[in-house]
Design a protein around this ligand. Structure first.
Ligand code: PLP
Length: 225
C-alpha cells in the first residue's frame, strides 16, 4: 500500500513537472512521517525515500535513532521550534523549514556547529493561525540575519490554508515564488534563497506548477485504499 502510494505520488510529481516543463529531479519529495511509527518510516526508506520530516523535536530524534542504520538520509524539521530546544536538535538535522524570528536565528547561531540550511517561513495567506513572518517584513528580516554565519537561508517556506480554493492556493504559491526570486536576486552569500518548500498532500501538484523544489507529503503516502 505504501509502495503504491509512493509510486502514484512520484508519477504525479512527474506529470506536474511535464505540464510546466520542469525537471522532476529538481523536486525533492520530503516524506512527513509524523503520523506513523519508525517501522513504517523504515518501509519508505527501503523503497528509496531519502528525505524524512517531523514537526516535533522529540519525534525526529527518536526516528533518527531508530533508523540510524541508514546513513544516507536527510532529516528535515518542518514544525516551529522553541528556542530552548534548539540545542537538542539543530546539529541533528539537514534542513529547518520554519525559521520565523530573529531570536530563534540568534539561538541557532549560538548552538550550531556548522551552517544550518534554513527556510524562512512566510505567512503569505495572512491566516492568523499560521506561523511565519509577514511578506512585507521579509527583506528587513533577511538583512538582520547578515551577521549570522551559521544561519544559511536556502529558501522560503509557506503553508496554504486547508480550506482555500485551488485558485487562491495557486496565488499564495506564486507570491512565495516572487518573494524567493526577489531575495535570490540580491545575491547575498548568506541567503542564496534558491529553494521553495511548498505543497503538501492536497496541493503539491499546484505547488510544483508554481515552482516548488521541496514538497512535504504525509497523508497521501499512508492512506489506505
Ligand atoms: C503535517 C505537515 C505536512 C504534511 O501534511 P499532509 O497533508 O499530511 O501531507 C507538511 N508540512 C507541515 C509543516 C506539516 O506540519
Amino acid at each position: 500500500m505504501i509502495a503504491e502510494n509512493l509510486h502514484r505520488i512520484e508519477q504525479e510529481i512527474q506529470e506536474s513537472c511535464a505540464l510546466v516543463s520542469r525537471n522532476p529531479q529538481d523536486i525533492t519529495m520530503v516524506a512527513v512521517t509524523k503520523s506513523v511509527d519508525s517501522m513504517t518510516a523504515n518501509e519508505l526508506v527501503e523503497l528509496g525515500v531519502t528525505d524524512l520530516a517531523e514537526n516535533r523535536v522529540d519525534k525526529l530524534l527518536e526516528k533518527k535513532q531508530n533508523l540510524s542504520q541508514h546513513q544516507q538520509l536527510h532529516w528535515h524539521l518542518i514544525g516551529n521550534l522553541q528556542r530552548r530546544k534548539v540545542k537538542l536538535i539543530i546539529n541533528e538535522i539537514d534542513y529547518f523549514h520554519a525559521l520565523d524570528s530573529l531570536r530563534l536565528a540568534q539561538e541557532i547561531q549560538k548552538r550550531a556547529e556548522r551552517p544550518i540550511n534554513c527556510f524562512i517561513e512566510v505567512n503569505v495567506s495572512g491566516e492568523e493561525s499560521k506561523h511565519g513572518i509577514k511578506p512585507e517584513e521579509l527583506h528587513s528580516f533577511i538583512k538582520e540575519l547578515a551577521d549570522l554565519d551559521k544561519v544559511k537561508i536556502v529558501g522560503l517556506m509557506t503553508m496554504a490554508p486547508y480550506e482555500a480554493s485551488q485558485q487562491s492556493v495557486r496565488k499564495i504559491f506564486a507570491t512565495l515564488k516572487q518573494l524567493q526570486e526577489s531575495v535570490k536576486n540580491q545575491n547575498l552569500q548568506y541567503a542564496p534563497c534558491t529553494e521553495l518548500s511548498m505543497g503538501m498532500s492536497q496541493d503539491f501538484k499546484t505547488a510544483i506548477e508554481e515552482g516548488a523544489t521541496f514538497v512535504r507529503i504525509g497523508t497521501a503516502l499512508f492512506k489506505k485504499g
